[in-house]
Design a protein around this ligand. Structure first.
Ligand SMILES: Nc1nc2c(ncn2[C@@H]2O[C@H](COP(=O)(O)OP(=O)(O)OP(=O)(O)O)[C@@H](O)[C@H]2O)c(=O)[nH]1
Length: 216
């Protein structure tokens, strides 16, 4: 894998948040990208359409710019939300441990992800709101079993108390980087017809030879 130092441009990684409405997707993104600020508020404000945040991180000496797309979970936004799945390298798929319907919806979300983003994409499953133990209706072993059946990693998280959020994003990003370095599934090699210089094209991003985004 290309090792990018401080002075070098960052590798751009697109991650999409998915899951039913009100499971805590926005709060998880907030907890991760705005440390110190309250991730949860007493009033719930549904995501309308789509939003995104950027989080620069350093992982094993590689500079990464995580572009996190926060989709709306409400059914009326389903077509719009899933249209952002295409081209993503990773998904954070979330259910709420106090809401059985949100857990039962996970299989359908997995289907959407594979249909739109392919079978090779990395997914991590989060059972959120683990601070609400007294209201739990989804046992932890059910989440573990479902993740195991899909061959993906699993964490129980709390956006409110910032539990396991950083670990979840780090593990997902690590898996994505391993894939990019081993087979570069997302890049297409292009040679400039005038300068004969080689570039890699990843979606709309032009990447330099070491796969770091030139516009990073
Ligand atoms: N106790 C607790 N509440 C949480 C947690 N995460 C989110 N919430 C609350 O749950 C509600 C919904 O959170 P959001 O982050 O807006 O949920 P969402 O999945 O983005 O919802 P949509 O935008 O409709 O898709 C809010 O009132 C949050 O404050 C958590 O870890 N613990």
């Amino acid at each position: 894998m290309a090792v990018l130092g401080q002075g070098q441009p960052a590798l751009l990684v697109k991650v999409v948040m998915a899951g039913e409405s009100c499971v805590g997707k926005t709060s998880i993104v907030r907890s991760y990208t705005e440390p110190g600020a309250p991730a949860c508020s007493s009033s719930y404000l549904a995501t309308i359409g789509i939003d995104f945040k950027v989080k620069p991180i350093m992982l094993n000496d590689t500079r990464v710019k995580l572009q996190i797309w926060d989709t709306a979970g409400q059914e009326r936004f389903h077509t719009l939300s899933t249209s952002y799945f295409r081209g993503a390298q990773g998904f954070v798929l979330v259910y709420d441990i106090t809401n059985m319907d949100s857990f039962q919806g996970i299989t359908s979300w997995m289907k959407d992800i594979h249909e739109k983003a392919g079978d090779e994409v990395d997914v991590i499953l989060l059972g959120n709101k683990c601070d609400k133990e007294s209201e739990r209706v989804v046992p932890k072993r059910k989440g573990e079993k479902l993740a195991w059946e899909h061959g993906i990693h699993f964490f129980e998280t709390s956006a409110k108390d910032n539990v396991n959020i950083e670990d979840a994003f780090s593990l997902l990003t690590k898996e994505i980087l391993e894939k990019v370095s081993s087979e570069c599934a997302y890049c297409e090699e292009v040679t400039c017809r005038w300068t004969k210089q080689t570039f890699y094209v990843q979606q709309s991003n032009v990447l330099s030879k070491d796969h770091s985004c030139l516009f990073g």
